[in-house]
Design a protein around this ligand. Structure first.
Ligand code: UDP
Length: 326
């Protein structure tokens, strides 16, 4: 019998890419998404495949979560409120989804004894200046008055819950800490930098670099991320483990703006926007973010294969093709 897999957040950027990947491997894929930040467009192609079963629904509701978890062999839990801007605009709803939603998924997995992969985030490390960031490193966070840190708090609670379910109740769980995943399927609507820069460059609008642009990120192509998630799900060694999933090339945000502009042969000017204008008063950005990928290589024999240029090109192709449809 084909493996049956549930993806929560299947209409999201990473979820829909993962669904394509699992279908290619002959899995029967069940997708659940409330379409809050995910989009119907992301599942349109998937729905042409008879192995894909999509439902619109929330992880905050017991039904259909219970029924779906009961049906499948394993669960990729990707449903979450994501994007710095989205979370700053809806802090309460984001916390509910990211804490209560994960608790519901873990409860169902405990009930039916199913394997779960929980997706967490590099935000968990906060502003720890130690680079590269290893899975055992400290969390360094700002005050609770700043909503920016609520996402980090929620994702850390998810990890605590998952680890507790593993240690005290034997749940077969594994946790991926994702670092700035980019590529086709991602939109700039929720503030993510790469699709925003690509859209601006394609349309000849100013490329908006926040702060002085010296902050760095290490972007991971979604195809690499999906392969890492799959390897984690298959691996017995990953049970009860937290593993960083990220890219290998650190770049400043100003450098990214210049790279996008050059690759897309764009005339867009690069314009500097203050953090206050971009996110409001009191915003605290991470000056650097680089993952240690040593554990992923050791436990999973996984290393990122795609370059940042691949990600820029694939994102531009995706955004251009969507424009032709709409
Ligand atoms: N950023 C930017 N211009 C934009 C959107 C984001 O300069 O139009 C910056 C943002 O301030 C941050 C970096 O790009 O320093 C990455 O932002 P993103 O929201 O993609 O991810 P995260 O902040 O979660 O790393």
């Amino acid at each position: 019998m084909k493996p049956r897999t549930l993806i929560t957040g299947a209409a999201g950027f990473i979820g829909s890419n993962l669904a394509h990947f699992l279908l290619e491997r002959g899995e029967e894929v069940y997708g659940l998404d409330d379409l809050s930040t995910g989009s119907r467009g992301n599942v349109e192609d998937l729905e042409k495949n008879s192995g894909f079963h999509f439902e619109t629904g929330s992880i905050l509701d017991e039904e259909p979560l219970k029924r779906l978890v009961g049906t499948v062999n394993s669960v990729y839990h990707l449903a979450a409120a994501v994007g710095v801007k989205y979370i700053l605009q809806r802090p309460f709803e984001s916390l509910e989804t990211n804490v209560e939603g994960t608790r519901n998924v873990l409860r169902c997995a405990l009930l039916y004894r199913k394997r779960v992969l929980v997706t967490s985030s590099s935000e968990v490390y906060g502003k720890n200046p130690r680079m590269p960031l290893s899975e055992e490193d400290d969390r360094v966070l700002g005050p609770t008055q700043s909503s920016r840190w609520s996402y980090s708090g929620a994702k850390a609670l998810d990890e605590f819950m998952a680890l507790a379910a593993h240690r005290t109740r034997g749940l077969d769980v594994r946790i991926a800490r994702l670092f700035n995943v980019v590529g086709p399927g991602q939109t700039g609507r929720y503030g993510m930098v790469l699709p925003t820069f690509v859209s601006q460059a394609l349309e000849g609008r100013p490329i908006t670099v926040y702060g002085d642009g010296s902050q760095t990120r290490t972007f991971c192509h979604v195809q690499d991320a999906v392969e890492a998630l799959y390897a984690m799900m298959q691996s017995e060694k990953a049970a009860g483990e937290i593993i960083n999933v990220g890219g290998g090339e650190e770049i400043t945000i100003r450098g990214l703006a210049e790279r996008v502009k050059k690759m897309l042969a764009s005339d867009s000017p690069v314009s500097v926007v203050s953090y206050r204008e971009a996110y409001g008063e009191g915003f605290d950005d991470m000056p650097r973010r680089v993952p240690s990928l040593e554990k992923a290589a050791r436990l999973l024999d996984w290393r990122p294969q795609r370059t940042l240029d691949d990600a820029i090109r694939d994102t531009a192709d995706f955004i251009s093709s969507r424009k032709e449809i709409t």
